[in-house]
Write a protein that binds this ligand. Structure first.
Ligand SMILES: [Zn+2]
Ligand SMILES: [Zn+2]
Ligand SMILES: [Zn+2]
Length: 89
């Protein structure tokens, strides 16, 4: 984890929050998840890297949407996948 060279956070003006408390992809395939992340490019909510399917990470790579926000209650941080960087908001 580093706070070094990530310019992605600066492009986020308003943090997108989860529309529902579920991973869209896990719901489709009937799988379970652990924690939720909300993509800051398109607003989709997907599961974290500790979940079996790691949908947020896969989405970040395939859609090239770098930054997610935690969708967990009380957590106010952003994470950039390509830069492995975190920021609070
Ligand atoms: Zn970044
Ligand atoms: Zn998922
Ligand atoms: Zn996205």
């Amino acid at each position: 984890m580093s706070n070094s060279v990530c310019g992605h956070f600066e492009t986020i003006r308003t943090v997108k929050h989860a529309r529902a408390r579920e991973c869209d992809e896990c719901v489709k395939i009937g799988s379970a998840w652990l924690h939720l992340r909300t993509c800051q490019s398109c607003g989709v909510t997907l599961c974290c890297d500790s979940s079996p399917n790691r949908h947020a990470s896969k989405h970040a790579r395939s859609a090239q949407h770098p930054v997610v926000a935690s969708a967990e209650p009380g957590e106010r941080w952003l994470y950039c996948y390509p830069d492995d960087s975190m920021a609070e908001y």
